[in-house]
Write a protein that binds this ligand. Structure first.
Ligand code: ARG
Length: 483
């Protein structure tokens, strides 16, 4: 059979080579090859059970598809550039292998529902991978939190010294962000968990197909509920890329800190030589390029999201070829966040943490001024007045080049006679930290609770990834059974 014969009946002339080149999706959808065959195996097994195909024809097709899978496993499956996409490539390969009976595979389906199903199988895998990668990054941060429950550093607002915190508390803030990023991916996963196969071109099909059977065979919770929606909606792709954008933004924000912290001005951390680069001209330089590239690539991921939103917004129902453009931004952004999480985890686990520089920094900037105000509140002074008194004390300290804890009791009493000797017990930064025992606060006890909760969430997700992976593997095993 000639390649053109796949669906050339209506055409008199041949397609121009430039049209093929322009419309081809092979450079991106080759990544869907395995899923495409799995979809076909589920479809043909269903056609057989429903007696839409004879058992003999169906079995021949199954054997043909299985041999294509082994070709793929041996990396011998050759992609033919003269066929416009992966679906056509596989169907053509099948027909050249088993003859015209291969042409019966496409009964009751279309490339429109086929690509939508392939894409959801792909989404499942990349989402599970992203969750694993984000959680291993979270695990590297959790390790730091466990080791640095008593490393005191300045907590910042507006990049100004605000209140003392522990490094553990700071790092845990990032852990909870990442934890939500991973949960968000699972939310998208759950909404996507329906199978579009059997929606056919747009309107369903006249054959007595069993969509529940194909959905189950491919490991989806249920079939999609409207055939037009199934072939034209890509909100699952969009949502996944939003999840990627959010994760990228969170990693980028972390990178921004790592870059600042490794500057000479801060010196809070030093990145390992293995994960830094040199300068071609300045011999002394050690540059935090990985962190900078993660921050920079966030722009690409957010750009991918914008591309997809723009692609989706003007499309009438149902399938339009514009939808082909969903794959590149999806694949691109998922690769970026997985690579980023991976590299960031290495940077973080190997960096040196300079506790002394953190402690030296915390001594500056009257970081315990809120604690003085809180102390005055315990003496019955309204917080607003206490704030004023503490502010005046700070102003006095700036003028006399002193720290709050250096003021004598007489000096303190110039601002309020409610201040007693015990003020000195609440001013050391260690006390500031340990007295913040509120749920979620920076005291070591509160941080321990955070660590336990976050670790529990990481473990729950890792169990869920294990279960989902197992479910998918079981489906593949069943579909790959010989006939
Ligand atoms: N390459 C196409 C895509 O990714 C596959 C579906 C093609 N359908 C069609 N009617 N041309 O969307």
């Amino acid at each position: 059979m000639s390649k053109q014969a796949l669906w050339s009946g209506r055409f008199e002339g041949e397609m121009d080579g430039s049209t093929l080149k322009f419309t081809s999706s092979l450079d991106v959808d080759s990544a869907l090859a395995f899923y495409d065959v799995m979809g076909s195996l589920a479809h043909v097994r269903m056609l057989k059970k429903q007696k839409i195909l004879s058992a003999g024809d169906a079995d021949e097709i199954i054997r043909g598809l299985l041999s294509i899978v082994s070709e793929m496993e041996r990396r011998e499956f050759e992609i033919d550039d003269s066929l416009e996409d992966i679906h056509t490539n596989i169907e053509f390969r099948l027909t050249s292998e088993i003859g015209p009976v291969g042409g019966r595979l496409h009964t009751g389906r279309s490339r429109n529902d086929q690509v939508a199903a392939d894409l959801r199988m792909y989404l499942r895998d990349v989402i599970l991978e992203a969750v694993i990668d984000l959680d291993s990054l979270a695990a590297s941060l959790l390790k730091i939190a466990e080791d640095h429950g008593d490393t005191i550093m300045p907590g910042f607002t507006h990049m100004q010294h605000a209140q003392p915190v522990t490094l553990a508390q700071h790092v845990m803030a990032h852990v909870f962000r990442l934890s939500r990023d991973a949960d968000r991916f699972f939310d998208a996963y759950d909404r996507m968990d329906r199978c579009p196969l059997g929606s056919a071109a747009l309107a369903g099909t006249t054959y007595p197909i069993d969509r529940k059977m194909t959905a189950e065979a491919l490991g989806f919770g249920s079939p999609t509920q409207n055939s037009m929606d199934s072939v034209s909606s890509r909100d699952n792709v969009l949502e996944t890329v939003f999840c990627a954008s959010m994760a990228a933004a969170d990693m980028s924000s972390m990178c921004e800190e790592l870059i600042v912290w490794s500057s000479q001005e801060f010196g809070f951390i030093e990145m390992d030589d293995a994960y830094t680069t040199g300068s071609s001209i300045m011999p002394q330089k050690k540059n935090p390029d990985i962190a900078e590239l993660i921050r920079g690539r966030t722009g690409t991921v957010v750009g991918d999201l914008v591309s997809l939103m723009t692609m989706a917004k003007g499309l009438p129902l149902s399938y339009n070829r514009d939808l082909q453009e969903d794959k590149r931004p999806l694949m691109d952004s998922m690769k970026i966040i997985s690579d980023s999480a991976h590299m960031l985890s290495k940077v973080i686990s190997s960096m040196k943490i300079n506790k002394d520089a953190m402690l030296a920094a915390v001594e500056k900037g009257f970081i315990n001024a809120t604690d003085l105000a809180d102390y005055l509140v315990t003496r019955g002074i309204p917080f607003r007045d206490a704030h004023g008194i503490a502010g005046e004390s700070v102003r006095y300290c700036i003028g006399s080049r002193k720290k709050l804890e250096d003021l004598t009791l007489d000096e303190f009493r110039k601002f309020s006679d409610s201040i007693d000797e015990d003020v000195y017990s609440i001013l050391p930064v260690k006390a500031c930290v340990e007295r913040r025992r509120s749920y979620g606060g920076t005291s070591s006890g509160s941080v321990d609770v955070q660590i336990t909760e976050a670790m529990g969430a990481v473990m729950e997700r890792s169990e869920r990834v294990r279960q989902e992976t197992q479910l998918i593997e079981n489906c593949w095993d069943d579909l790959l059974k010989e006939v």
